[in-house]
Design a protein around this ligand. Structure first.
Ligand code: NAD
Length: 484
């Protein structure tokens, strides 16, 4: 490919145009300006990417590589990501809109995924199973094959690395489809992997639309596994496509995660944790703490603290490193505005924000103020549906049982936070709450690369991050030997 103004697909180790030559524009959400023009993968391109992944698995270069050597390549990728932190973080900030320091954290976490899984590549072991004299029975964990990975726009490099690193550690080959809203750092990841001597075809990157590239990948008969991260509605469609080919899927879907604050909590600490959990990445986080459940006695004290924080936050272009950047797109901004209208019509009151910022300098971008919706009840739409913006729904409760009941009254179950000084309260809530992760007196753990992550209920199934994720990228073969 010679046209350097177009970001090419990465297929079989080459930067290439789309088979029909079509492209799409990627926008900087802080200004609405075009950031880049990217080749738009077609069904045929996705087919070639799957084919090249299959060939890589069969090749001596990858299929025949010793696990320790795979680990060394992964470690080099992690190092290369760290060396390019400035460039990658700036690109992520411009593409997605997030504040530069959050983008830096994302890049560091992406590097950490490669380092973590580099160390496990040569420790993926089976068992021996005693079944009696004259038999040797053992298991082998083999790479599952071609892993298709469809990812969203909210944490592109982090979520890209989250799936790619364990898949490569296990010896799989990957076809990665980033979101057309923010595909840039996934392409850089593909380039970095090649520069670190990952053989061609082991990591293909095919940006494009969900309706063409996404469906082509999810329904491809030659993929062996699919990891989907995105919304529930699309996840259901994708799982059905994979089911037609008996392809196993990992579903990382949405959330409406509660932060539960009891009256005995350290209120300053809790307010800080609750604010960060909803306003990080402008609330566009699957695990955002988007519901605050607060004990009646401390409702006013917490809301006062949160309102002071929300009003003091500086909103602006991600690269100026504000406290909060823009929303990803005009469409998503309008969705958020709509939810605020729905919430107030249902009886919620606005305790902070609630509108676009008035600063004319932000007029061209897609900005929304940090927003608190108070006096929300557990069944209102703003307490039940994922808004995916910087909007916190505040619900009060009287006692522990009521808090747990409200927390669980949700179709989702991704993450929960509990804030209390009473160990019995903390343990009771963490035991009875239905979610894949529970944090006590904290929320999130700096990327949480080492911690299993995934949903209960409609937040999905399967686990990413941590050693648990290797189960998705390997399959167990049992070998039984009769001797003597
Ligand atoms: P989305 O479901 O619209 O898109 C996700 C990906 O699927 C994109 O790459 C998109 O192009 C692709 N896609 C869209 N339609 C498709 C189709 N018909 N077939 C195949 N692929 C298709 O989600 P989004 O707006 O990009 O991201 C926001 C959602 O992702 C939120 O619901 C959020 O909670 C969720 N999310 C979950 C996690 C998690 O780990 N659980 C992490 C981040 C985001």
């Amino acid at each position: 490919m010679t046209d350097t103004t177009v970001e090419g697909l990465i297929i079989d180790g080459q930067r290439v145009r789309a088979s029909d030559g079509l492209t799409f524009d990627v926008y900087d959400p802080s200004s609405g300006d075009v950031l880049a023009t990217v080749a738009k993968a077609t069904k045929a391109d996705v087919g070639r990417a799957v084919q090249s992944a299959q060939a890589a698995l069969e090749s001596k270069a990858w299929g025949g590589m010793a696990p320790a050597e795979r680990g060394r390549i992964l470690f080099r990728i992690g190092q290369a990501i760290r060396e390019r932190e400035d460039e990658l973080a700036t690109l992520e900030s411009r593409d997605n809109g997030k504040p530069l320091r959050q983008a830096r954290t994302d890049v560091q976490v992406a590097a950490r995924y490669f380092e973590f899984f580099a160390g496990i590549a040569d420790k993926i072991m089976g068992h021996t199973i005693p079944i009696g004299p004259g038999f040797l029975d053992y298991t082998v964990r083999e790479p599952i094959g071609v892993s298709a990975q469809i990812v969203p726009w909210n944490y592109p490099i982090q979520i890209g690395a989250r799936g790619v690193a364990p898949a490569l550690a296990a010896g799989c080959a990957v076809v990665l489809k980033p979101s057309s809203e923010a595909p840039m750092t996934a392409l850089r990841l593909g380039e970095i992997a090649l520069a670190c001597r990952l053989p061609p075809g082991v990591l293909n990157v095919v940006p494009g639309t969900g309706s063409e590239a996404g469906t082509a990948l999810a329904s491809h008969p030659d993929i062996n596994q699919l990891t989907f991260t995105g919304s529930v509605d699309v996840g259901i469609q994708v799982a059905k496509m994979a089911a037609d080919n008996v392809v196993p899927v990992v579903m990382e879907l949405g959330g409406k995660s509660p932060n539960v604050v009891f009256a005995d909590a350290d209120l300053d600490l809790a307010a800080q944790g609750v604010a960060n959990a909803i306003f990080q990445n402008a609330g566009q986080t699957c695990s955002a703490g988007s519901r605050l459940l607060v004990q009646h006695k401390v409702h006013d004290a917490i809301v006062e603290r949160l309102a002071a924080r929300a009003k003091a936050m500086r909103v602006g272009p991600g690269v100026s490193d504000p406290d909060m950047g823009p929303i990803i797109s005009k469409r998503q901004l309008e969705t958020i505005e709509h939810y605020v209208t729905v919430g107030t019509a249902e009886g919620a009151t606005v305790a902070a924000g609630g509108a676009r910022p008035s600063d004319p300098a932000l007029g061209r971008g897609f900005y929304f103020q940090p927003t608190l919706l108070d006096h929300v009840s557990a069944t209102m739409r703003v307490a039940q549906e994922e808004i995916f913006g910087p909007v916190l729904s505040i619900i009060t409760f009287e006692d522990r049982d009521e808090a747990i009941a409200i927390a669980n009254r949700s179709q989702y179950g991704l993450v929960a936070g509990v804030w209390t000084r009473d160990i019995n309260t903390a343990m009771a809530v963490s035991t009875r709450i239905k979610s894949g992760q529970v944090f006590i007196n904290t929320y999130g753990a700096g990327g949480g690369v080492e911690l299993p992550f995934g949903g209960y209920k409609k937040s999905g199934y399967g686990r990413e991050k941590s050693l648990e994720s290797l189960a998705s990228y390997t399959q167990v073969k049992n070998v039984c030997v009769k001797f003597g």
